[in-house]
Structures are given as C-alpha cells and as structure tokens.
Ligand binder design. Structure first.
Ligand code: ADP
Ligand code: MG
Length: 371
C-alpha cells in the first residue's frame, strides 16, 4: 500500500494539431494522497482526468514534474513495476474466459501453484461478498455491465495493488445499476483500505465515492478538499457551480455604500459583509437553501417559477425558475403551494461573492458550526 504524491506534473501530447502546438493534458498538477485514502477526481470531459491516472499508473511519462509512491520517485518506473490496479469504463476483461479464469489468469502467467491460485481466488470471492462466486462460473460475455465491473475489480484486487485507479468505471451502466454499483464499489474500496483514485465527470458520484475530491479544469486542479470545503468555501465560481444540486444561482450585481443592486432592486447588505467586499460589479451566488422566501422586511427579488419539483423522500421541494434569464432554484417545504412567482431575498449568512472578471471567490460562508 502506498501514499501517492504528484509534484508539478506537466504532460503534453505532441500530436498534429492545426495550431502546431502540443495538446496540454496536465498543466502543473500537485497532489498528495495519504495511504489508504479514497480520492475522487471530477471535471468536464477533456480536462485531464484520464491523463492524471495514466501518469500515476506509468502508462504515460510526464514531460515535467515527479510522481512518488511512499515518497519514492517512480516517475520513470514502468507500469508493471508499480503495483497499480486499474479499472476502466470498458472493463478490459478477457471476454472468452470464464470469470474465475479472469481472476486466476494472473497467477497462471506467473506460474504459481494450483493451490495458491485457488486459495487466493477464494479469498477474493469472499471479500467481494454475496453472489460473487456464481459470477465466477459464468462466461464473461454473458455477464451484465455491473457484473463485469465486479469481476474487473476483483481481478485488480487479487493482485494486491499498492494503488487502485478507476476511470469512470460505471458510466456505461444505466442509472439504476449505476447507483447500486457505486454503493458496491464504495463498500469494497473501504473494505480493502487501498489508496484509491476514482475518476468521474459526475459531481454526485464524486461526492459519494471520495473522502476528498479534486476538481479539475483544463489540466489543472482547481481545488482539492472535502465536500464541505468545496461546498462552503469554493475557491472560484467554477468549483462553486460544479458542486451542489440543484446548482448555485449566479447573479450579476453592483456593490456600493452598503447596498447591492441587482435587477433594479437595491438590497441592504450587513455592514460587516459590505466592508469586506470591494465596490463595483460582483457576482452574487446563492444556493437553493440560501434564500428567504416572502421576506417580511426590505425589498425582494421576483422569481418567475417554471416548475416545483417535490422530493418526497427528503420532505422538501425545489422551485426552479429564473430572474431576468438567470436560472435560480429555491428550497421550499414539501407542501408549498403551486405559484407562478416567488418573492425571495438572499440570506446573507449563506451568500457567496465572486469577482466579476476573474471569478475568484471574494467571500464564502464557510462550513456551518453544528453546535
Ligand atoms: P478526460 O479524461 O478528463 O476527459 P483526458 O485526460 O483524456 O481528459 O485528455 C486531456 C486532454 O489531452 C484532451 O484535450 C485530450 O484531447 C488530450 N489527449 C488525451 N490523450 C491524448 C493522446 N493520446 N494524444 C493526443 N491528445 C490526447
Ligand atoms: Mg477520461
């Protein structure tokens, strides 16, 4: 088992492009993952997630920077020597073999004894839990997507990897199976206690899988932290709008002399908040739970309601609509009546502010104190 450290890793792809410039996969990535931790990597398609995993696995060699396992430099160590297990989107099982052969193939190649092989397969099957042994007797191409993924994971685990890498392992599955499989993977990863890096483009999946989450954009890690870090103290507008469903509303506004002007309405800011913000154009961010509905004091914004979605399992509802073309979601009690409009104003203790140009966070609420 190993900790994983990246120091200023740059990876360029020298393929023919119209501009003649190399394509940037990673543009200076530093990251430290302690032994045994599960980290999610999330970001839009093309941001460098797979490149990051390949550099850690040894399938790509960085142009600059270092990769370390347990503080030992492995930057140029070949993939086979790193003890890394990888699960991809497309399973990469040997299709004509039965599930069990897929597991024991590794031992055959390495000329281990029959007993050793059988023993290890049994151990892993036990670890994988109920129903797994029946999968082992079946031909791989008769397995469902979720079952293949379980065999794929088992095939990694049987090798006792130092580091476990998963690249969008369940994005090929349908929604229902995805949910079940991600619970299963999370359970297994926790049980194995192996350092795991889990790549996904889905923020909810990232939050579910990772103890901490690295948010990537255009070859760099924008922020690395716990869900609370990313949710309550995002470093910029990109992270703020990526994490959280429904997403944070972002509204253009102007700050001057203790007031915030937006959409022709002047809202009074608390003095301390106003003092911490520069004058001029700002972007106000408000999450669904950060609105006061029908405020008793002061002016309010007028939300045009398009739809109220009632989430019975959470005993809550979300009104979604817009203010002057800007999408806004508002958390409501489950039994809130249907309405075409809502009067809302921000709860300033839960408000976020971003620089209009750079989109850097200027003020965030921070994680709430629970006691
Ligand atoms: P992600 O996994 O987040 O979708 P990737 O790491 O696959 O992103 O890709 C990052 C960038 O590097 C993209 O612009 C992609 O087109 C480019 N890229 C990835 N692999 C190669 C390759 N083998 N040759 C050329 N460009 C590549
Ligand atoms: Mg990818």
């Amino acid at each position: 088992m190993a900790s994983v450290t990246l120091r200023n890793v740059v990876k360029r792809y020298y393929t023919l492009t119209e501009s003649g410039q190399p394509v940037t996969g990673l543009n200076g990535v530093s990251l430290h993952i302690p032994d045994g931790e599960t980290v999610s990597v999330v970001g839009p398609s093309g941001c460098g997630k797979s490149t990051l995993l390949k550099v850690i696995a040894g399938l790509e060699i960085p142009d600059e920077g270092q990769v370390l396992f347990n503080q030992t430099d492995v930057t140029t160590l070949p993939a086979q020597a790193r003890g890394v297990g990888m699960v991809f989107q497309d399973y990469a099982l040997y299709p004509a073999k039965e599930g069990e052969d897929n597991l024991s193939y590794y031992f055959e190649v390495r000329k281990r004894t029959e007993e050793e092989k059988a023993q290890r397969v049994r151990e892993v099957a036990e670890l994988m839990g109920i129903g797994f042994e029946t999968l082992l007797e079946r031909q791989v191409d008769t397995l469902s997507g979720g079952e293949k993924q379980r065999v794929g994971i088992a095939r990694c685990i049987i090798r006792d990897p130092n580091v476990f890498l998963m690249d969008e392992p369940i994005s090929n599955l349908d929604a229902k199976l995805r949910e079940r499989t991600r619970i299963e993977i999370r359970r297994l990863v926790k049980k194995f206690g192996i350092t795991t890096i889990y790549v996904t483009h889905d923020q909810q999946e990232a939050v579910f899988m990772g103890d901490r989450i690295a948010v990537m954009r255009a070859g760099v890690i924008e922020q690395f932290g716990t869900f609370d870090d990313l949710y309550y103290t995002p470093v910029n507008l990109f992270v703020a709008t990526l994490i959280g469903t429904p997403p944070m509303a972002i509204l253009p506004s102007t700050h001057h002399d203790g007031t915030l002007d937006l959409f022709g309405v002047s809202l009074t800011l608390p003095a301390a908040l106003s003092a911490s913000l520069p004058p001029g154009p700002l972007r106000l961010g408000v999450r669904p739970e950060g609105w006061v509905v029908d405020p008793q004091e002061g002016p309010a914004l007028r939300l045009t309601v398009r739809h109220i979605e009632r989430i019975y399992t959470e005993r809550a509802a979300y009104a979604s609509g817009e203010i002057d073309g800007h999408p806004v979601s508002v958390l409501l009690p489950l039994d809130f009546p249907e309405t075409p409009h809502l009067a809302i104003s921000p709860n300033w203790e839960q408000a976020y502010f971003f620089a209009a140009e750079s989109e850097a966070a200027l003020h965030t609420p921070g994680a709430p104190a629970l006691f």
